[in-house]
Each structure stands twice: as C-alpha cells, then as structure tokens.
Design a protein around this ligand. Sequence first.
Ligand code: NAP
Length: 464
Amino acid sequence: MEIAYLAAIVLFILALYWMNAPKSARRSVSAGVAAMALAIVATWSRPEVVHHLWIILALIGGVVVGVPLSRVALTAVPQRTALSHAFGGLAAGLVGTAKYYMWVSEGAAELTGFRMTAIVVETLLGFLTLTGSLMAAGKLHGVSWIPQRPVIYPLQNMTNLALFALAVVVGVSLIIAPAGPWSGVAFPLLIALSLAFGVLLIIPIGGADMPTVISILNAYAGLSAVAMGFVLDSRLLVVAGALDGASGLILSIIMCRAMNRSFTNVLFGGFGQVQETAAAGAEDRHYKEETIEGAAQTMEMARLVVIVPGYGMAVAHAQHRVAELYDQLTARGTTVKFVIHPVAGRMPGHMNVLLAEAEIPYDDIVEMDDMNPDMEQVDVALIIGANDVVNPAAREKKGCPIYGMPIIEAHRAKTVFAIKRGKSPGFAGIENDLYFRDQSFMLFGDAKDVIGELTKQLAVDEAA
Ligand code: NAP
C-alpha cells in the first residue's frame, strides 16, 4: 500500500515536471492520470473501506459529470478549470464537515487541537474555493446574472476583511471547544461565512482577470487538500495537496509577473475593464491597410518570418489555417518562427496547446526572451489576433495599464502585418501603438479567413 502511495507521489511530481515543456506535456498528463488511478485503487483496497457501493456511485457520478466537461471548447478551458477547483473545494469542505460531526457524535475525544485546526482550515478554504470558483467560472462563461465588470462598493475591502476575521474568530472558538455549547451554531456559521467570503472575494474582480484568480483559487484548493490530508491521516493527500497548492501559487506568480502586476493589484485592482476613452481614441488615428496580394508579395521575399499568435487566433479557431501557411512558407525555403508570450490568449499555455494541435514542430516555437534580441533580423512579423502582447506602450507609456509588462518586440521587425477584425482593443482595453508605426499594415478580417486567403494567394503566386 505504502509503495503504491509512494509511486503515486513520484508520478505526481513527474507530471508537474514534464508539464514544463510542450514536448513532454502529453507524458505529463499520462503520468498524472496514472498517479490518480494508483491513488484511488490503493485507497479503495484498504481493509477499512467497506462501503463499496458509495464509491461506485461516486465514480459513476464523476464520470457522468467529467466526460462532458472534458469535451468543452479550448476557449472554455479556463471556466472548466474553475469548475474542477469548485468540485475540489466542495469535496474538502464536505469531508471536513462529515469528519467534524462524526467525531462530535463519538464524544469529541478524537477532536484534538491539531485535528480541529485542520478541519477549520479545510472547511474554510474548501467552501470559499467552492463559491469563489463558481463565481469565477460564471464570470468567464458570461452567465447573464453574474456581472462581468468588477462590482465595487464603499468599504468593500474592510467588509471582506471583517467577514474573514469573523470566520477566523468562529474557527478559533471551535478549536478551543470543538463540542462547546455554541458549536451547534458555530460550525454552520463557519460554513456560511466561508461560502459568503468566496463570493465577495470574486465580485470586485473583472471577468478578464479571472484566469489569474483561478490559479490563486487552485492554490487555495491545494491548501484545503493538505488540511484534509491531516484530518484523514493521509500522507498522499498532504503531498498531492501541497504540490497542487504550490503549483497554483507559482503559476499565479508567473502570470502576475508576465503582466507586470502584483497579487494585490489582481485581487483588488479592478483591472480588465475596457477603458472606453482609450479605446475610442483609436478611431482618430490612421491605420494603413494592405491587400492580401500585397502582403503575399512581401512575404514571398522574406527570409525570416515571425508569427505572433494571440487571443484572436483562438477565437477564430485559425490554428490549422496557420499551419497551412507555415507549410506553404517553409516549402519555399522561408524560415518561420512562432513567438509566444507567456500570457498570450486567456490561459497559460493557450497558444502552445493550439499550435501543438495544429502539429507545428516544437523547434519552431520560440520563447519571447529568445526571439527579442534578434527582432531586427525579422523581415515580416505577422501578428495574428494578438494585441497587448506586442503593444510598445508597455515599454513607452508610463501609467498605461500594461506599463512594464514585457512584450514581444514586433515593432523592431522590418515589416509588420497585423490581422484583426476591427479597431477593438485587447484585454487591457488600450489602443496599440504598433499598428500606427511606419512599417505596420493591417489585414482586417477574421483570422481564419485572412490566413486562408493569404495561403491561397501564396499558392497562386507559386504556381504562376
Ligand atoms: P488581446 O490583447 O486580448 O487581443 C486580442 C485581439 O484579438 C483583439 O484586439 C481582437 O481585436 C482580436 N480578435 C478577436 N477575435 C478575432 C478574430 N476572430 N480574428 C482576428 N482577430 C480577432 O490578446 P493577446 O495579445 O493574446 O493578449 C492577452 C491578454 O490577456 C494580455 O493582456 C494578458 O495579460 C491577458 N491575460 C492573459 C492570461 C493568460 O493566462 N494567457 C490570463 C489573464 C489575462 P478585434 O476585436 O478588433 O478583432
């Protein structure tokens, strides 16, 4: 049994390690699945597990909910991930609640200070992760009755802090006297405060900031699993929860750094609201447009083409057309590199997943930091539905929402073609200076259509 748990822990760690590179990402998923299967089988085969029917029913329930969830569109993966965290939080909260009432009914002798602390932490974090993640999923999915914009009201942070402090006081009172005269009220109150706190924590955050918040909620879910491990005396859960919590925290830090934001700014900043005035200003400036024929001619003469994909490529489902363009260009002897910004799209690794799906060779996908020093050698930078990640304002305009965010320096390429449908800003809600530079030309239209036409034109020119 212990060997099986050890093997599962090693596989969990390897799964995280292999997730570091697109090449080993599939192996990582298989290792994670194997680790989870091993953990379930090893736990199920323990002699003290006697209620097999409940486990079978839970497994059937998991499959019924899990299979449709696994089939959502790639653009809906952030909200799907939030739902997974909600289930994790619910499980931790319910286990904490069940264990508390079970031990109270047995006379509370088992409820040592340590165990009760673990139960309070597990229940608090579990239930706040549940409602916080449901709110986050709802905002990302555009559920009509959940406002997308940050909901801000006076003394909001003070109210939230007071509510959290009250939950802590109730928790401490339970730790001091788990079965005291007020515990019949205190435990349900702890649950209610945790559920309310999860909602209040999320409503001031804009829908577009949710991916970062989701990874913070991932860290909370991991921590509640650690506490659950202490409650159930399971070293496997403690380790798996710690891995989950730490990876969620590290991911949030990476995302915040790549956006040049702090945690407090994400949680309390109200970023992600479209700034109407800045966006409206874009109408006054002059875009230079290029025709498909003109763009194709320029690309035919290019030796080095850099493709910068962004959120718009995902929205347009253009990745397979982009792969055809890549094939067309490389067949002519053009060197083509894809440069990916760490926060391009709406979730970590968003672009990598799409390009992998379209079978773009991993060797032609380069990191922003590896390409930027050579950007002056680039003949054509083709921006596909990317906006903020190539906006020079991040380097030049102090005070703009993305100031200080590292960008892909496409503005140093010899020619820039930018594909987008119109003049809308990106996630940060600000206009993009890159589009107005001397060497920049717009190819307006849906990314899938424009790339398709460009590839066709290159083929026609090749045949002529
Ligand atoms: P972006 O700045 O949001 O810009 C996307 C652009 O795509 C828009 O300007 C839009 O313009 C265009 N577009 C939309 N649909 C299109 C279509 N069908 N065809 C062609 N173009 C289309 O995207 P990004 O450059 O990838 O930057 C990502 C942003 O998200 C960053 O600000 C980042 O901080 C933020 N973010 C990322 C993550 C993450 O984990 N990746 C998490 C949270 C926040 P039109 O409407 O005019 O077409």
